[in-house]
Write a protein that binds this ligand. Structure first.
Ligand SMILES: *Cc1c(COP(=O)(O)O)cnc(C)c1O
Length: 395
């Protein structure tokens, strides 16, 4: 039995009529960019995220970029973020000519370690971008405290975390900006690229709205240099339909996560997070191996969180061998992300070196994501767990 990492066709089949007619309505209206459909969807996301404002943009990447533009981040400024995320998080900082400054992650959550942020703050620091990786919100209270103390903006990269919560607060509603992506593989995915910035502050929201249409207000009169960051109506129409189902899909992802925990435990192949990782990990010559341990470290739910499981990420020894093993058995797996930012060629100019972020680098070397999507069947999960169990028996 083949098990894909994600099955968007299965999801489409369940909502096809509604999605098709939403697209048809946009076609009939011939109103394709911004307009009433986008506005209605913005209101829905604002209400879903518990923020007064939501500004539809062209992608999650552009959500990050325009948030930094709204903070006037420019050459000479520094922005603190994690070295372990999707490329856009750091790429956007560099695109504005600012300097990405990386801070180590926590081994259990894979998110920014708040205890390590303050040491990285300098007079040039303008903002912090915590990423809510895999669908779990970063430790936001201490991050917001630091931001207030040092007068920094906080831009939440919630691309993987729409609807996730931290002590009852929705992802995106805690910082000054919350960025979402509607890339098709996210929990709320469009039929192309799309994104959203949510904001609590009226002035920031107004600036974002102006910047997304070239910075002109009134139209053709520019006090700011913006860009074309507009969301189109077909995306908004489809996403509006899908948003109704998001909580039920999230519930399925959470059930699947619980079920995996039971199944891996029943198979007797669950490992504790290794001590070496908890106490300032120092990777050996082979990188961060789990030293021949046969089993998986399961993803941890941190206290006070609503984890929405954009990904279910395991930590294992012999990760690359397990990935090859599963691919051979037609099980969809992916490595998010195999190279930390400090080790990316394009960031060589920042003068980081290998080993600067051992916890992040260990994660890059030892993790893999297995299928967790809502339509995953019990039989498919059995197939995944059995195949992983067999792998550990095979050597
Ligand atoms: C997907 C993603 C982005 C970028 O979103 P796009 O819509 O693909 O531009 C940014 N940050 C993180 C953490 C992501 O997962």
């Amino acid at each position: 039995m083949s098990v894909p990492l994600l099955d968007l066709k299965a999801q489409y089949r369940t909502i096809k009529d509604e999605v098709d007619s939403a697209i048809q309505e946009v076609l009939e209206s011939q109103y394709f960019i911004l307009g009433p459909t986008v506005k209605a969807f913005e209101e829905s996301v604002a209400s879903y995220s518990n923020t007064p404002h939501a500004i539809g943009v062209s992608s999650g990447t552009d959500a990050l970029l325009i948030s930094m533009m709204a903070e006037d981040i420019c050459p000479g400024d520094e922005v603190i973020t994690t070295p372990y995320s999707f490329f856009a998080t750091a790429g956007c900082i560099s695109r504005l000519g600012a300097k990405p400054v990386f801070v180590e992650i926590e081994p259990e959550s894979f998110n920014l370690d708040p205890a390590k942020i303050e040491a990285a703050i300098t007079p040039a620091t303008k903002a912090i971008i915590p990423v809510h990786l895999y669908g779990q919100v970063a430790e936001m209270d201490p991050i917001m405290d630091l931001a207030e103390k040092h007068n920094l903006a906080v831009i939440e990269d919630g691309a993987q975390a729409i609807g996730a919560e931290y002590n009852g607060r929705r992802a995106g509603s805690i910082g000054h900006y919350g960025c979402f992506s509607f890339f098709p593989s996210k929990n709320l995915g469009g039929v192309g690229d799309g994104g959203m910035v949510v904001a609590t502050d009226d002035d920031r929201a107004e600036k974002l709205r102006i910047l997304r249409a070239h910075g002109g207000k009134p139209k053709y009169y520019h006090r700011m240099i913006g860009g074309n960051f507009r969301l189109d109506a077909i995306q908004a129409a489809v996403l509006q339909v899908k948003l109704k189902y998001l909580d039920s899909w999230t519930a399925k992802r959470q059930e699947n996560a619980d079920r995996y925990r039971e199944m891996f435990n029943d198979a007797g192949i669950v490992l504790e997070t290794p001590e070496c990782l908890k106490n300032d990990c120092v990777p050996g010559p082979e990188g961060c191996s789990l030293n021949g341990l046969k089993g998986v470290v399961l993803p941890e739910e941190m206290p006070g969180r609503r984890h929405i499981y954009n990904q279910f990420v395991l930590r294992v020894d012999k990760r690359d061998e397990l990935v090859a093993w599963l691919k051979e058995r037609k099980i969809g797996v992916e490595i998010y992300y195999p190279v930390t930012f400090n080790n990316q060629d394009c960031f060589k100019y920042l003068n980081y070196k290998k080993g600067d972020f051992p916890v992040s680098e260990c994660a890059a070397e030892s993790t893999l994501a297995i299928p967790i999507y809502p339509e995953l069947t019990g039989d498919q999960m059995i197939e995944v767990v059995n195949s992983i169990e067999e792998f550990f028996k095979s050597y």
